[in-house]
Design a protein around this ligand. Sequence first.
Ligand code: ADP
Ligand code: MG
Length: 241
Amino acid sequence: QQEQLIRRERLASVGQLLAALAHDLRNPLGVIRSSAQIMLDRNRPEPVKEEVARYVIDEVDRLTHRINDFLRYARQKPPEPELVSADALLREALHQWNAQGGQERIRVDLRLAPDLPLILVDPHQVKEALVNLFMNASEAMPDGGTLTVGTKRAASGSVELTVADTGLGISEANLRRIFEPFFTTKEFGTGLGLTNVKRLVEDNGGTLHVTSKEGAGTEFVLYFPAHCDLPTAARNSSRSG
Ligand code: ADP
Ligand code: MG
């Protein structure tokens, strides 16, 4: 009976997931369809058609993001850890974000600490988490702002990755809910981004902290255990000496 209950609960959550996804797909698909109709209309001027084509691209990009959020939420993959540098992860995540469109109106301030120890994480998963944080940060700065990303050695000895924005900030009431699945304050949000980020970070042995001030900005800090407590330089010299 216990098993039956668990099974029923799981089906309910799959149903909930599908219902949310279907709801999310319907509007953009409608926009794409009517755009195609406008493009087929011989009487429409070329500039209008161009604008409409741009809508289609935006909608398809949004759909892709949404589907990725849902897929990641539904399908957990065990991490495949490698020894990597936090700097490289941040740089590559920034690169990935830029390749996806990034944001021209946002200034990126990169602050990398020297001689950090390596961390043992799945680089794809941590980059995915970082890109999610960059997207949220840029969505919180519609009129532009500064995205500060950096690495640091935490007081505890672990390696710290920081993603901070100068955006809208999060109210105290919302701050308690941002990691809940489907919690969103955005018209086109899935509310799954931070749920996925938290899970990705924790699956990789890390922890995640957030501080925010309404109207001032938000800072996410990811902590990962240092793989070796000696900085790279010291390790190299002790090996040669
Ligand atoms: P979504 O982006 O689809 O809304 P997320 O799980 O990524 O879902 O975020 C949940 C909510 O947390 C957002 O709707 C927003 O209210 C808040 N939030 C997340 N990141 C930030 C940020 N950097 N600045 C302000 N609010 C944020
Ligand atoms: Mg998000």
